[in-house]
Design a protein around this ligand. Structure first.
Ligand SMILES: NC(=O)c1ccc[n+]([C@@H]2O[C@H](COP(=O)([O-])OP(=O)(O)OC[C@H]3O[C@@H](n4cnc5c(N)ncnc54)[C@H](O)[C@@H]3O)[C@@H](O)[C@H]2O)c1
Length: 444
């Protein structure tokens, strides 16, 4: 199984034949758009739908949802006999592949209601028990929370050892669903590693005119990714709207500002700042975020999302602190004291904040090391801050990594520096590497 690097589709010789008929559970926005695109690609579709009203309309070739381009494709396919609708698959004429696109709405407490997905799986489990030749590959396209595939495996253990079951998250947007289907950003297939591997879905993907990077990952990765994407889109919209309200209150033009903002594809609309790791700190982000919030408040503008970035950052310190606490160390070594690698700037440095948390109430002794932070070269505000740093009881800064590691109970790596990872490679104590997110596996 590939680990988060896009793989090409399997070579032709390794592929299963392209499925001639695909079944789809749930003929709503996702199910019908998918049906339309499969039909367009010469594949026959059998749809299974619980709503009698939808069934009636579809049998007449009338599409019950409004989505550009879908009506014409469905109508033509019904006329040509390449699309039929029924309650449930016929055990004697099973499709090679079934896509599950039933709804997964919110429950009253905000969790995902998996009732429809579970019902489909119970029914398919029963169908497979009654059919010794049942070999249909099952692919979930409904959005499911992390852990769902595993939960379904426990619900239908025999089904999962018999046929491949995978999650293939859908990234289409209503209104441009056909267009999105034909040019998806990427295709992710998630499955449980120890169980039968999906094959037919790869052949189906290879049959499309579009060629998208396909990555086969662990089920939990695919399930989490879909939620991360939707949350990120929600964050982007809220961010843009908060910035819009703030700029308007200041007499500026938010559209112009955000247009220019998006032109910066190096830092703004890029993969920069999108790796889990250090809390943010340094001389600018905290200072300017606080100032921005103050400016807004004076004008009656609330920016709860941006404001909560500060709370979120505090929570990240608590998360790292809890991970350290779980090892009950008396001596902690922090490698990297400046706010980032190759800098001597310790203004609002996350490392300094952490070492203050650790040394408070004599909890731990902290030994620090940094290649750039040196008493003799500090100047200006950093000289002042260093003086305060060296007055912290139970903290010392060592000049050599070797000395900083002597007698330590735990190492915290705060800078992405090969010299640090090499130095701790054979150390018999716990190492928490904040930059590469190592040592946090059991924390949540
Ligand atoms: N709509 C989108 O833009 C979009 C995009 C990406 C992912 N998704 C996800 O895809 C899934 C489907 O979304 P949708 O918008 O198409 O939902 P929808 O409500 O429009 O359609 C779901 C359909 O499933 C049917 N259904 C329910 N139980 C069934 C069963 N046991 N057998 C057969 N049919 C059954 C319902 O009657 C309904 O027609 C959801 O999990 C959603 O989160 C939606």
């Amino acid at each position: 199984m590939k680990k988060a690097s896009p793989s090409l589709l399997p070579e032709l010789s390794q592929r299963d034949p392209i499925p001639a008929k695909v079944g789809i559970f749930g003929l709503g926005y996702v199910g019908l758009t998918t049906a339309a695109c499969l039909i367009e690609n010469g594949i026959s579709v059998e749809g299974y739908e619980v709503s009698p009203q939808k069934q009636q309309l579809l049998k007449k070739g009338i599409c019950p949802i409004s989505e550009p381009g879908v009506q014409a494709l469905i109508e033509k396919a019904v006329r040509e006999g390449r699309f039929c609708v029924k309650d449930f698959p016929d055990g004697n004429k099973l499709p090679d592949l079934i896509l599950i696109c039933v709804g997964t709405p919110s429950t009253s407490n905000g969790s995902t209601d998996l009732r429809h997905v579970k019902k489909v799986f119970r029914q398919l489990n029963q169908l497979s028990a009654e059919n010794p030749s049942f070999g249909t590959e099952l692919i979930i396209r409904s959005t499911i929370p992390p852990g769902t595939l595993d939960m379904l495996r426990k619900l239908c253990p025999r089904l999962f050892v018999r046929v491949p079951v995978a999650f293939y998250p859908e990234f289409l947007r209503e209104g441009t669903a056909l267009e999105d289907f034909h040019s998806p950003p990427q295709s992710i297939i998630g499955s449980i590693p120890s169980l039968p591997k999906p094959k037919k879905i790869f052949s189906l993907l290879a049959s499309f005119t579009f060629q998208t990077p396909v990555t086969h990952v662990n089920a939990v990765t695919a399930e989490s990714l879909k939620f991360a994407c939707n949350a990120y889109h929600a964050v982007k919209v809220s961010f843009a709207n908060e910035i819009g309200r703030w700029i308007t209150s200041l007499g500026g033009d938010p559209l112009e500002v955000m247009e220019l903002f998006c032109r910066d594809t190096k830092l703004n609309t890029s993969s920069k700042y999108l790796r889990p790791g250090n809390p943010f700190g340094g001389s600018c982000l905290l200072k300017d975020t606080r100032s921005m919030l103050q400016l807004g408040k004076k004008r009656g503008i609330n920016m709860p999302m941006i404001e909560h970035c500060l709370t979120s950052n505090q929570d990240h310190f608590k998360f790292i602190d809890a991970a350290i606490r779980s090892h009950k160390p008396r001596i902690v070594t922090i490698l990297g004291i400046a706010f980032k690698k190759d800098s001597d700037d310790i203004r609002e440095s996350p490392s300094v904040r952490l070492l203050r948390m650790l040394t408070a109430k004599k909890r731990c002794r902290v030994i620090g090391h940094d290649f750039m932070v040196k008493k003799e070269t500090a100047i200006g505000v950093n000289q002042l801050l260093q003086n305060q740093l060296f007055q912290i009881p139970n903290f010392s800064l060592e000049e050599s990594i070797k000395k900083a590691l002597e007698g330590t109970d735990l190492v915290l790596i705060m800078h992405n520096d090969l010299r640090y990872s090499q130095a701790v490679a054979k150390l018999p104590v716990p190492v928490l590497n904040v930059v590469s997110w190592q040592g946090f596996q059991s924390c949540g």
